[in-house]
Design a protein around this ligand. Structure first.
Ligand code: GTP
Ligand code: SPV
Ligand code: MN
Length: 588
């Protein structure tokens, strides 16, 4: 097939990858619907994709991954900078040459009998000053058709790259899907990603976590911007003014849900609206006005299926009604899909995520707990009119959140930017009963970036501190916790759409029209300042409890933070140590 570019850097690189992987043929993806349709048909013929009910779910497909290949694999994900020190204590590291030698053995001849697809894609609006380009080579049609949803993909990307060598290279091979030979490797100094033996989400769709977070976090540090694991939400008040917030929550802690929030009836009637700009990744840079501006570099949603329902997230449901790829969900008799929490009617005569007969008595979940939908952002009923704006949107507030049964209050404003960076750096989330490990066990997940920061975490904190100098009007920083429970383990806060009540307080703090109660963590709302009109079942006492900062719990928390900080030794920026000292003085 004739190449779609004459760029020598690209041709040379593809040539060397083809020599190594030895595919039967190389196919250049041009982004056309004809070519994608042909590939979908081919994948249906081999069973890689299953076409769903054309009437109820037009253009939708089901994909079942290998049962050993159902999530990101942090233990096999590496940052191969030249110096170990640059990857820091939270990343796996190996010498780049050593890693490449090891990988060469695994890639050697791995595409024989297969096709190598060349995917040109853009993170961000093609041609915009903030877009970054990538080329992914892959042996998987599932990856090609998923990248067509998740990124802006097509031959226009070659025009944007021109003759330059300024693009991110990504070599992906499903190979044998052998978990023992699975590696997800970033070479930040070479703008290079190598991923082998997985065909799942963040391991294989290289534009997402590998590029838009791990590599981009390094680019952002050099170039004065930030790549973050954040949703971007527009909140329109009854006066028609739209403010934007970014939120960093660890994986499976509520970004997609908050990004697609539907205001409660009481707010809708007053004229409040919410707009989705992004649900997983934000690229943030200082604008000429001294504010922080955000773009979502992605073009689709790779959302968690279980728990998504018409009740919890109707906008996500609507996003998946056409041209969507479902991964590892259950297949119903009528050619539609199902997952736990979709509704209260588990299907009979269904097939589970592995294609085995399933009914409610089976005793195992029908859909994998990390099953996902891959849906185009244009399907989302509340997609922001600014979604394609190459300038992005100006950010008023940054929100850090996690799952905390007790310790963290419903919402709290940090004292200032530096203190906000501190709260982000010590962010932690508790493991749930549904995951491995001890319930309540804490995992410190700085800014929700623990698995995604491409360099030393303490340098990343310093970069956050440095960003303030580029901003005359930085966003205010808040922490939220939707997951506080009472003594019976029930959530005290209803969450989901009702979270707008907390966001309204946050917006009021941003424009300075409401007072707050100073405390050691920053500023807390007065319980009566969270609007509970039209909200059943949350009393002022509940709110008082939700906002309570318990000194005994925080004494324990400080010990956890000290343990967490120990990993980073003398690299921790002094202003963050000063914040910790204040907290230590308060609990002691
Ligand atoms: P990734 O795609 O893995 O990055 O996850 P995410 O951060 O986008 O998480 P998502 O929105 O998919 O939510 C994950 C889980 O959290 C789902 O089971 C939701 O039902 C639950 N969840 C989300 N928001 C809330 C909330 O406000 N309250 C409660 N109690 N649960 C929530
Ligand atoms: C996450 O784990 O944060 C995800 C899913 O968004 S994946 O793309 O697989 O990383
Ligand atoms: Mn994510």
């Amino acid at each position: 097939m004739t190449p779609l570019t004459s760029n020598k850097h690209i041709l040379d690189w593809i040539g060397s990858c083809a020599n190594l992987c030895r595919p039967d043929q190389v196919v250049w993806i041009d982004g056309s619907e004809e070519q994608l349709e042909q590939l979908r048909a081919e994948a249906v013929s081999t069973g890689e994709l299953i076409r769903l009910n054309e009437e109820k779910l037009p253009g939708c497909y089901l994909h079942r991954s290998d049962p050993s290949d159902v999530a990101r694999v942090e233990g096999r994900t590496f940052i191969c900078s030249r110096k170990k020190e640059d990857a820091g204590p939270t990343n796996n590291w190996m010498d780049p040459d050593e890693m490449k030698a090891k990988l060469r053995g695994i890639y050697d001849g791995c595409m024989t009998g297969r096709t190598m697809y060349v995917i040109p894609y853009s993170m961000g609006v093609i041609g915009s000053p903030f877009a970054k380009y990538g080329i992914e080579l892959t042996d998987s049609i599932y990856v090609v058709v998923s990248m067509a949803i998740m990124t802006r993909m097509g031959k226009e990307v070659y025009d944007a790259i021109g003759d330059s060598a300024d693009y991110i290279r990504g070599l992906h091979a499903s190979a044998e899907l052998d978990p023992e030979k699975r590696y997800i490797v970033q070479f930040p100094e070479e703008d290079y990603i190598m991923s082998v033996n997985s065909a799942y989400g963040g391991n294989a769709l290289l534009g997402k976590k590998c590029f838009a977070l791990r590599i981009a976090s390094c680019l952002g540090r050099e170039e004065g911007w930030m790549a973050e694991h954040m949703l971007i939400l527009g909140i329109e008040n009854p006066q028609g003014e739209v403010s934007y917030v970014c939120g960093a929550f660890p994986s499976a802690c509520g970004k997609t849900n908050l990004a697609m929030l539907i205001p409660p009836a009481y707010y809708r009637e007053k004229g409040w609206k919410c707009w989705t700009v992004g649900d997983d990744i934000a690229w943030l840079r200082p604008g000429p006005d001294g504010r922080l501006w955000a773009v979502n570099p992605e073009n689709g949603f790779f959302g968690v299926a279980p728990g998504t329902s018409e009740k919890s997230n109707p906008n996500a449901m609507a996003s998946t009604h056409k041209n969507t790829i479902f991964t590892n969900v259950a297949l119903k008799e009528d050619g539609t899909v199902w997952w736990e929490g979709m509704d209260k009617n588990p299907p009979t005569n269904a097939l589970d995520w592995q294609g085995r007969p399933w009914d409610p008595a089976s005793g195992a979940p029908a859909a994998h707990p990390n099953s996902r939908f891959t849906a185009p952002s244009t399907n989302c009923p509340c997609i922001s009119p600014e979604f394609d704006n190459p300038q992005g949107v100006p950010i008023s507030a940054i929100i850090f959140g996690g799952r905390r049964a007790k310790t963290a209050p419903l919402v709290c404003q940090s004292k200032n930017w530096v203190h906000g960076v501190f709260t982000g750096s010590v962010m932690a989330s508790e493991k749930t009963a549904a995951s491995e490990g001890t319930v309540g066990e804490l995992r410190h997940d700085t800014m929700a970036m623990l698995p995604f920061c491409g360099y030393h975490m303490a340098d990343y904190w310093q970069h956050w501190l440095d960003m303030e100098k580029l901003l005359t009007n930085p966003p205010k920083i808040f922490t939220v916790n939707w997951f506080r429970v009472d003594d019976n383990g029930h959530f005290l806060w209803p969450g989901f759409g009702e979270n707008l009540r907390v966001l309204e307080w946050i917006m009021k703090r941003c424009v300075g029209v409401i007072d707050a109660e100073p405390c050691i963590l920053g500023y807390l709302p007065q319980p009566e300042d969270i609007d509970t009109n039209g909200l059943e079942g949350v009393t002022e006492d509940d709110l008082r409890e939700l906002l309570r900062v318990d000194p005994d719990l925080w004494r324990q928390e400080v010990r956890h933070i000290e343990e967490h900080y120990k990993k980073f030794g003398d690299k921790i920026p002094q202003p963050l140590l000063d914040c910790l000292k204040d907290l230590e003085a308060w609990v002691d």
